[in-house]
Design a protein around this ligand. Structure first.
Ligand SMILES: [Zn+2]
Length: 267
């Protein structure tokens, strides 16, 4: 058994037994790991409010390598991200970010770039007036860091140049595909305009600090949101919480919040 201390972000937290919590952390040193926090739901728990969703913490745990569940020993808050909690749009964006990281990472597979990317993403939610577009940029970059960089330079199906004739985006192929591959594809492909492709290329290439300043409006924006959401969901293989759930009553889920529309789609 080893005692490990590492920076970590709370991805998920669920009640366990009478007084415990099982918490999924994305940690800098160990990657994604689940830990049991004994007594975390008692009134005078030593964990206090440190295990809130999205919190950035300094975590100490006993890690038994042959056991998938570590034992949480101590948690100190580094950044509580309290600004997320009173704002439904920011909560939705943060839920989308942590769920994507949870979905694209394997247990015990550390990725400092994904860790710091998530930290940057959550921090930036406190400085933006457009959490939805920031989330699109985050998704593009996190997918790339996890090995699912959208293929935009040539056809993701046959490898040939996509040419000038309105390519579409194939979530299953992971990028733009040419007309001929699209006609052979049994899966739905999504329209994307030259403006949308240019945005994707810039967001893929730039640092997060630069990319989060990109703007998209109207048709280009709705295409981008559609393409990236569908691609992220395809990669993860299950429904992620919807980013835009302003029109819906929030309900609880393991990711914190999810729209009724998304919840009904999950049934
Ligand atoms: Zn092709």
């Amino acid at each position: 058994m080893a005692l490990v201390t590492t920076d970590a972000i709370v991805l998920k937290s669920m009640r366990w037994g009478e007084a415990d919590r099982i918490v999924t952390f994305f940690t800098l040193r160990l990657g994604k790991i689940r830990g049991i926090a004994r007594g975390a739901r008692r009134m005078k728990s030593r964990f206090g409010g440190t295990l809130e969703l999205f919190s950035s913490v300094n975590l100490t745990l006993f890690d038994k390598r042959h056991d998938s569940l570590a034992s949480v020993s101590q948690v100190d808050i580094s950044e509580p991200f309290a600004f997320l909690r009173g704002n439904i749009e920011r909560i939705a964006a943060a839920s989308c970010m942590v769920a994507l990281v949870d979905g694209v990472t394997a247990d015990r597979d550390p990725s400092p770039s994904i860790f710091h990317g998530l930290l940057d993403g959550l921090r930036s939610l406190g400085q933006t007036d457009d959490p939805e577009l920031l989330t699109v940029v985050f998704q593009i970059q996190a997918l790339g860091q996890a090995g699912f960089r959208p293929q935009l330079d040539h056809c993701a199906g046959c490898g040939r140049n996509v040419g000038l004739t309105a390519p579409k985006f194939s979530p299953w192929a992971g990028g733009l595909i040419c007309r001929s591959c699209e006609q052979k594809s049994r899966d739905d492909c999504l329209p994307i305009s030259p403006g949308g492709i240019a945005f994707l290329k810039q967001a893929r290439r730039m640092s997060f600090t630069m990319a989060r300043r990109l703007k998209a409006t109207g048709q280009v924006r709705s295409e981008l949101e559609d393409v990236i959401d569908t691609y992220a969901r395809t990669v993860v293989g299950k429904r992620l919480p919807a980013k835009n759930f302003l029109a819906a009553e929030p309900v609880s889920s393991e990711y914190g919040m999810v729209s009724q529309r998304a919840a009904s789609e999950m049934k």
